[in-house]
Design a protein around this ligand. Structure first.
Ligand SMILES: C=C(O[C@@H]1C=C(C(=O)O)C=C[C@H]1O)C(=O)O
Length: 291
């Protein structure tokens, strides 16, 4: 004889037990994070976007059942940002003018509802806020093709006090964010870290206009796979044309492939600066079908 189905009361009791366990674990996680905060000193970089991406990818790989993965990611993003803030002060400056409030929504989903967040009207203001320490993280739009005033050129600087791109938002779908703005990048005064599935943004200055085909060939011959190109030929600084190339790997300034690229370009290359990069979001990864 099969046993009768559990009653509503029994099931609700089970939910209460589960909630207690989840709550206990949330509180225990806070205690562990406090110890991590101590172990991380003296460099104490409270926000580690690479580690955060690795945590979310691991959970995505084990996720099953009817509860939607983007909501799991949303819950963890809220937690991770809040746990980061337990370790030290945090504030976010978001490029979110009146007509582009979607960036506010994706930033709030990523950095949580309890982190101090300020809307600024230009990407340059977000960069300034990070550079002067008013904000720990800045959120700027994914570089666009016809941008007359691209923010990324301000990051083409070797000064260690220059913010770097450290993450791509959203990490797993934009949910009910307002408007059409799809993607943003986070910048901070930390280095982009290798996670095993990464993109790097290379800022490249040339002495003269050259086709993207030439640049792509020289990068690929050096072993760098190109994903996208953005270009800017405004010359108010007196320099040459600038390109922003997204490449499909982790690359830092010491990478041999950059030296090979420089050799391939010869005299027309003035400088190549990795302006940071990001862990490939789940929405882009092969796992996307699970979303
Ligand atoms: C706990 C850490 O600090 C922050 C919080 C994290 C978390 O809550 O898991 C992960 C990375 C960091 O952004 C850590 O560096 O491991």
């Amino acid at each position: 004889m099969s046993s009768p189905p559990p009653s509503l009361d029994d099931l609700r009791r089970e939910i209460d037990e589960i909630d207690d366990k989840i709550h206990d674990l949330i509180m225990r996680r806070a205690q562990v994070v406090e110890l991590i905060g101590i172990a991380k000193r003296p460099d104490n970089q409270i926000v580690r976007p690479g580690r955060e991406a690795t945590i979310l990818r691991r959970l995505a790989a084990r996720h099953t059942g009817t509860f939607p993965l983007p909501v799991v990611v949303r819950l963890w993003r809220e937690m991770i940002a809040t746990y980061s803030r337990i370790q030290g002060p945090m504030a976010v400056a978001v490029y979110a003018p009146e007509e582009r409030r979607g960036f506010w929504d994706v930033s709030r989903d990523h950095y949580g509802g309890s982190i101090p967040m300020t809307a600024v009207n230009t990407p340059a203001a977000a960069i300034r806020a990070v550079a002067d320490g008013t904000a720990t993280v800045g959120v700027v739009p994914m570089p666009e093709e016809d941008d007359h005033d691209p923010w990324w050129r301000y990051l083409m600087n070797q000064d260690p006090k220059t913010p770097r791109v450290v993450a791509s938002l959203p990490f797993c779908g934009r949910g009910n964010a307002r408007g059409d703005d799809r993607e943003a990048l986070a910048i901070a005064l930390i280095q982009h870290e290798r996670t095993g599935d990464d993109r790097t943004l290379l800022g490249i200055e040339l002495t003269e206009d050259k086709s993207r085909g030439r640049l792509k060939d020289a990068l690929e011959a050096a072993g760098l796979t190109t994903v996208s190109f953005r270009s800017w030929t405004g010359r108010e600084t007196g320099g040459g044309p600038l390109h922003l190339v997204e490449v499909a790997d982790f690359v830092d300034a010491k990478d041999n492939r950059l030296a090979a690229f420089a050799a391939n370009m010869g005299d027309i290359l003035l400088r190549t600066i990795p302006i940071g990069g990001f862990a490939v979001p789940l929405s882009h990864a092969a796992d996307a079908r699970k979303i």
